[in-house]
Design a protein around this ligand. Structure first.
Ligand code: AMP
Ligand code: MG
Length: 471
């Protein structure tokens, strides 16, 4: 596999060696050949039996040095000083021809020194869910970890009931999290914190090194990436569901798809996660929560440099930085070709209209585009008339505006009821819906008439109202 192990070379205390379990009967459920080609790993697929052994952890090619990473984190606002990969094993890092480094990590491959009471395993449901949703996120153009493989283990996993076991292979720019910084900060281990920060700067933001205070430049870049990321989520109606600091990636990728979900009917305060009882991670809270998480990173970095004023300034600029990213994404979604005063209000009024009328977030944007030159009674009420006036006053031809809108408003999103269906049928041995979803979500903006049913919102009896952490 030709893996490097730069994280394993960091000092003891950053990670622990692990032995993935040798499972009974590994077999491939999915292999992401396009991603494998990007990573230079496609030739592994020539031997499918060996492929299943490698990506379940049973076989260890040269260069593979499995480790679990140590981290801490604020979970629902409460600090937990010791977390770490309890069911994950980092096999190593691929460095592409373009010089980009990616972690290759197994999830569900067995216990680690950080497992606490857990079994280190995963069942099929969360594995297929993460596969579908993370790849969909990528194809929507939003930074995310990716899915390389899903392997059935042939073993049983015991939860509230007995499920088939599986192992997921996650590919990430890195697995550095805000919680990794908190881990060393909580121990007042400034040497390790310095090593970690320098590693993170080298790996993700090398340009920060030439700045006057590299730690401040690093923090600014992390904050900017978080603003861009959360704006991307908000624009597609995505709810991460468990924005703890241990799930907040330093690279700015979407990390950790547990109870993550896309909204059908739009609601500002929408929550899916069964454990988020107070709505801390509700849709509309994601921006202030990202800022809160960044404040936890700043606190950790304060142990390395006396830059409180700079960190505070960056944190207080975060909402404006986010607003600017968000408007850049929302204007084209509404066909607004230029910036005008009142655009933010128009966008807000649209969302309020969707909420008041319990309309599907995704399909309403596609529907609005069809109304651009309509003369029959408005489908989206008074809002539509105002919107038509705003887009009608632009110099651009309607057809061009519609083409722009349809190029940024997906027709297909990974809808919860379809994910549930894919999982249920896979448990029964049929991967058709799982495979269909991966095909259709690879081109979320394109009309795909043969897959029209996957664009539809759920019927009332199909609605999924709650999602669960993938443990
Ligand atoms: P997550 O919900 O994936 O962010 O996980 C939170 C913490 O619980 C992490 O430290 C995980 O590694 C750990 N964890 C989750 N599921 C398991 C499991 N089945 N066995 C051991 N540790 C787990
Ligand atoms: Mg996590």
């Amino acid at each position: 596999m030709n893996l490097d192990n730069s994280y394993a070379r960091l000092p003891e205390g950053f990670h622990a060696s692990v032995e993935p379990d040798v499972v009974a009967a590994p077999s491939m459920l999915a292999w992401n050949n396009d991603l494998a080609v990007e990573l230079g790993l496609d030739s592994l697929a020539e031997d499918e039996a060996e492929l299943a052994r490698i990506f379940s952890g049973a076989s260890r090619p040269a260069g593979v040095q499995p480790i679990a990473l140590a981290y801490a984190g604020h979970q629902f606002g409460h600090f937990v000083p010791q977390l770490g990969d309890g069911r994950a094993a980092l096999l190593g890092e691929v460095v592409t021809d373009a010089g980009k480094r990616y972690d290759i990590q197994l999830k569900g491959s067995g216990r680690t020194p950080y497992s606490r009471g857990g079994d280190g395993k995963s069942w099929l449901g969360p594995v297929l869910r993460e596969y579908i949703v993370s790849e969909a996120m990528h194809h929507l153009g939003i930074p995310t970890t990716r899915a390389l493989a899903a392997v059935a283990t042939g073993e049983a996993v015991y939860r509230e009931t007995v499920w088939p076991g599986a192992v997921f292979t996650r590919v990430a720019s890195s697995h550095l999290r805000v919680g990794t910084f908190e881990y060393f900060a909580a121990r007042r281990n400034t040497d390790a914190l310095k090593t970690l920060t320098e590693y993170a700067i080298d790996r993700h933001y090398p340009e920060a090194k030439s700045d006057e205070v590299p730690y401040v430049a690093f923090f600014r870049r992390v904050a900017e990436r978080q603003a861009e990321l959360v704006a991307g989520w908000m624009a597609v109606g995505f709810i991460h569901g468990v924005m703890n600091t241990d799930n907040t990636s330093i690279s700015g990728e979407t990390l950790d798809y547990g109870p993550a979900a896309y909204m059908d009917e739009f609601q500002f305060k929408k929550v899916f996660s069964s454990i988020d009882q107070h709505g801390r991670y509700a849709f509309a809270n994601q921006t202030p929560i990202a800022q809160w998480n960044l404040a936890r990173l700043a606190e950790s970095l304060l142990l390395l440099c006396d830059a409180r004023t700079d960190f505070e300034a960056i944190l207080s600029e975060f909402p404006a930085c986010y607003d600017s990213c968000y408007l850049d994404l929302m204007r084209p979604k509404l066909g607004l070709m230029d910036n005008k005063d009142g655009d933010a209000e128009l966008i807000g009024d649209w969302l309020k209209y969707l909420q008041d009328n319990a309309l599907d977030y995704t399909l309403s944007f596609r529907g609005l585009a069809t109304r651009i030159d309509a003369s029959d009674p408005a489908r989206f009420g008074e809002f539509e008339l105002r919107w038509r006036q705003r887009v009608g006053n632009q110099a651009t031809e309607s057809a061009e505006v519609v083409a722009l809108m349809n190029s940024v408003n997906p027709l297909f999103i990974p809808r919860n009821h379809r994910i549930e269906q894919a999982i249920q049928e896979a448990v029964a041995g049929d991967l058709t819906v799982f495979r269909d979803l991966n095909v259709v979500l690879a081109q979320p903006f394109a009309e795909q008439p043969e897959y029209a049913q996957y664009a539809e919102a759920p019927e009332p009896n199909e609605r999924v109202t709650q999602t669960f952490c993938g443990t």
